[in-house]
Write a protein that binds this ligand. Structure first.
Ligand code: DQA
Length: 144
């Protein structure tokens, strides 16, 4: 099974940005956690991070008929991006949304998620382990 993990803007700043909200672990730690999960679960996992909305849309389009599942933390684009929502709908690939923090207990503008309107599950407030949970969910539901 092939899974693409997509991280949006400022996720590459983990460990530096607002550690009281996002924790002390770095982006390199996150990449390593996802690689470990791929090995443990015997999955082919590709990773992509971008600070640019269009680059994320391009990457989702590239997945068409090539990837079996998408794990996405759209970061700030969560709350604004109809384009990412439409790209997910266009390719029709099962997707799970991840948020490191519990967005529901933060500012009101973080309570809406456009990509989440497509995603079949959202994992929030679980820290970096949320990515592992999302990957395992896709494997259990769609793994072959
Ligand atoms: C985030 C939550 C978003 O509101 C924020 O803009 C982020 C990270 C999270 O993982 O908790 O950049 O998606």
């Amino acid at each position: 099974m092939k899974i693409l993990v997509i991280n949006g803007p400022n996720i590459n700043m983990l460990g530096i940005r607002e550690p009281d909200i996002y924790g002390q672990q770095t982006f390199a730690d996150l990449l390593a956690l996802i690689e470990d999960t791929a090995r443990e679960e015997n999955l082919e996992i590709q990773q992509f991070q971008s600070n640019h909305e269009g680059a994320i849309v391009d990457k989702i389009q590239e997945c068409y008929k090539k990837v079996d599942g998408i794990v996405i933390n759209p970061a700030a684009y969560t709350h604004t991006s109809v384009a990412i929502l439409d790209a997910l709908k266009a390719v029709g690939i099962p997707a799970v949304e991840v948020h490191i923090s519990n967005v529901d207990s933060r500012e009101a503008f973080r309570h809406i998620s456009y990509p989440g309107m497509y995603c079949e599950k959202t994992v929030k407030g679980q820290g970096l382990d949320g990515y592992r949970q999302a990957i395992v969910y896709l494997k259990e539901k769609y793994g072959k």
